[in-house]
Design a protein around this ligand. Structure first.
Ligand code: G3P
Ligand code: CA
Length: 269
């Protein structure tokens, strides 16, 4: 993204923090909706997140066989439904026949997989959505079309992904959208953790506007390193008071959590 536009978006995110119910704290982002209490990535979970006072919702999105964008975490339906369908090989109609609520609680029986445009419609004025793209970059043209067709303002949208090619394609086609690259500042089995300097290089290549990380080995210096050069710094998925308060002190731009209501309480001054 053009550095000027990025600065403006960073400012607009900062402004939404200031104008949110509780100023001086990171945005609280409901991970897959209020997913501790309602079935993840469903309208029930997103609606509940707004009731709980979330500043934003986060949802996971895939492209179906017939070119629709649906909200589901895994590439198959096995974990959340009785039938196991591969999302990319199924049509919207086939997917929306499934009950994706009963697995959590019988009271959610009959809950359906929502489309991206249905999820966007839940976002109230002044609130945000973090759209996590799980599919390949082929989803990007449809993604841009659905976002443009929605009534949401630019400042209400953040596109996030672990895939730098998705972010790069989005920023190439629609640099007006804010984006963040997902990472983990911790070593995994196959490689060491990236350093802050390495991640800045990756961000530059993908043209992302920010980074979203696990708590991992992040320090206040790492956050400052990114923010100083104009990137925002987000955290996922934080469900405890101590870490939430620590990240607030360190100046995180947002905290993604499964318990948005509790996090709002914990972060009160
Ligand atoms: O916000 C990022 C986070 O949602 C990434 O992890 O597996 O829950 O999608 P995952
Ligand atoms: Ca996610």
């Amino acid at each position: 993204m053009d550095p000027m536009i990025r600065q403006l978006l960073v400012l607009s995110i900062a402004l939404s923090v200031i104008t949110s119910a509780s100023a001086d704290r990171p945005l609280i982002v409901a991970h897959r909706g209020a997913s501790k209490e309602a079935p993840e990535n469903t309208l029930a979970a997103f609606d509940l997140a707004w009731v709980k006072g979330a500043d934003a919702i986060e949802g996971d999105f895939h492209l179906t066989n017939d070119g629709q964008i649906v909200c589901i975490h895994d590439s198959t339906t096995k974990r959340v439904a009785k039938r196991d369908l591969v999302v990319a090989n199924s049509t919207l109609k086939e997917l929306q026949k499934l009950d994706v609520g009963s697995w959590l609680n019988p009271k959610y029986a009959g809950t359906r997989i929502p489309t991206l445009d249905q999820v966007l419609k839940t976002v109230p004025s002044g609130k945000m959505i973090y759209i996590e793209i799980k599919s390949t970059a082929t989803i990007v043209p449809s993604l841009i079309r659905v976002i443009k067709d929605s009534e949401l303002e630019l400042s209400q949208i953040m596109v996030i992904s672990f895939r730098s090619d998705v972010i790069k394609k989005l920023e190439g086609a629609a640099p007006q959208y804010s984006s963040a690259l997902l990472t983990k500042f911790e070593p995994d089995r196959s490689r060491r953790a990236p350093t802050a300097a390495e991640m800045v290089v990756t961000l530059k290549k993908s043209q992302a506007d920010g980074i979203s990380s696990t708590r991992g080995r992040v320090t206040p210096e790492v956050i400052r390193h990114f923010q100083k050069v104009g990137y925002h710094f987000h955290f996922y998925t934080i469900d405890d008071a101590a870490t939430g308060r620590l990240l607030k002190k360190w100046g995180a731009d947002s905290i993604t959590t499964n318990v948005p209501g509790k996090m709002a309480e914990w972060l009160k001054p």
